[in-house]
Design a protein around this ligand. Structure first.
Ligand SMILES: Cc1cc2nc3c(=O)[nH]c(=O)nc-3n(C[C@H](O)[C@H](O)[C@H](O)COP(=O)(O)O)c2cc1C
Length: 378
């Protein structure tokens, strides 16, 4: 039995293997509502054999969307379609998860294919989409040419913390079994964590404990609205890759603080705090973020998920076998081939036929294989 295809349990939830669909924004929602696009987009990954299917970043308040096309869960009406999606994923034997987010100073951005820039009057003319005022821990913009966020007041902070809790309650009603909080890639919680974006002088900024406070309060707010039996994960940027920013040792401390308030797993990504340019320290190769998952797992004694530039099943098997992470999240590899987990099972010798596939496909593929083998055609 490979580790990649062994089951894994967090709290009362059992994942049938170690493969998760990493959150992937589709920028296709209307006023935050999911529709058949998300049903098909996410449903095909459940059919493809991933154990955990995360939604894209889902905003906890309307102004916390990154773009006009972001998914949202700030009102009860948004639950209905998501429930249909989680029902489908669950029926196909996968665990539906949701990524809850607030974009903070990265809000009011165009969809990537409209140019990775802030929304402007041009968007009003082209798409009837107006810019809105973004917020952040400090009045420091994301990068040159980006709007300066309004520094959050104490009331703003309390409102956003509460909105994560309310979204958690809705996530439960919508049938999700695990929540991942988006605290990476320069989104609001990451903005509080990083000294490059948070220069507050009150108890939400300054030393590490203060910068961690917003993440910790969000976790507490979610835990108060989320069953004890269900896991809670955080996605962190383990390093900002920039001088003066978050370093892996800081992330270990953040992970420890989150673990103390009921967080079960850290999804270890990196970067995203300051502009689009790749920092010089960031060297990309297959699995380049895995060492951070390993460090957090060992030093904070918490489960981790490895993500980023992973595509070879034997590499993933090695990561899991050597205890560097507990789960693997894939994004683009699954976009390229939603059936990747089924193919990986075969390539690792886990399955010599198509028995893992939904029977509606697997029965035919097995039949063809028998015939092709018999006739020696392949
Ligand atoms: C289309 C697309 C949308 C993404 N949207 C999100 C998102 O909503 N939330 C998030 O945390 N990461 C998002 N990411 C990043 C992925 O989850 C993942 O961390 C990254 O692509 C690296 O993994 P990969 O090399 O397997 O693609 C997105 C990536 C892609 C390709």
């Amino acid at each position: 039995m490979t580790t990649l295809f062994s089951s894994y349990k967090l709290r009362d939830i059992t994942f049938k293997n170690r493969i998760a669909v990493s959150p992937m924004s589709q920028y296709r929602a209307r006023s935050g509502f999911a529709d058949d696009w998300q049903l098909v987009h996410l449903g095909r990954f459940a059919m493809g054999g991933a154990a955990l299917v995360y939604t894209e970043a889902t905003a906890v308040e309307a102004d916390g969307r990154r773009t006009h096309g972001d998914l949202g869960l700030w009102n009860d009406d948004q639950i209905t379609k998501l429930k249909q999606i989680t029902d489908f994923i669950s029926r196909e034997g996968s665990i539906p998860g949701i990524q809850l987010s607030h974009a903070g100073r990265k809000a009011s951005e165009r969809r990537p294919w409209h140019g990775e820039k802030p929304v402007s009057d041009e968007d009003v003319a082209h798409r009837d989409e107006a810019p809105w005022q973004c917020i952040g821990p400090s009045a420091i913009s994301y990068a040159e040419g980006w709007p300066v966020p309004q520094q959050m007041s104490e009331a703003d902070i309390q409102r956003v913390v509460a909105s994560f809790g309310e979204a958690a309650r809705r996530s439960y009603d919508a049938g999700f079994k695990i929540i991942e909080v988006y605290a990476a890639h320069g989104f609001l919680i990451h903005q509080f964590l990083s000294p490059l974006a948070n220069q507050r002088l009150d108890h939400w900024g300054g030393n590490a404990e203060n910068r961690n406070r917003f993440a910790v309060e969000v976790a507490k707010s979610i835990r108060a609205n989320w069953p004890d039996e269900y896991p809670l994960a955080f996605r962190l940027s383990a390093t900002d890759w920039l001088d003066g920013g978050i370093e892996p040792a800081d992330t270990v401390e953040t992970a420890k603080a989150l673990k103390a308030v009921g967080v079960d797993m850290i999804d270890c990504s990196t970067g995203g705090i300051g502009g689009r340019e790749r920092p010089r320290r960031m060297v990309i190769e297959q699995g380049f973020q895995v060492p951070f998952a390993a460090q957090v797992k060992t030093d904070a004694d918490i489960a981790t998920m490895a993500v980023g530039f992973l595509w070879d099943a034997p590499v993933m098997e090695d990561i899991l076998k050597t205890g560097q992470a507990d789960m693997i999240a894939l994004a683009r590899e699954l976009l390229d081939d939603p059936n990747w987990p089924h193919h990986a099972a075969a390539s690792l010798g886990q399955d010599d036929g198509f028995d893992r596939w939904p029977v509606e496909s697997g029965w035919w593929l097995n039949k063809r294989k028998r015939l092709v083998d018999k006739l020696g055609l392949r």
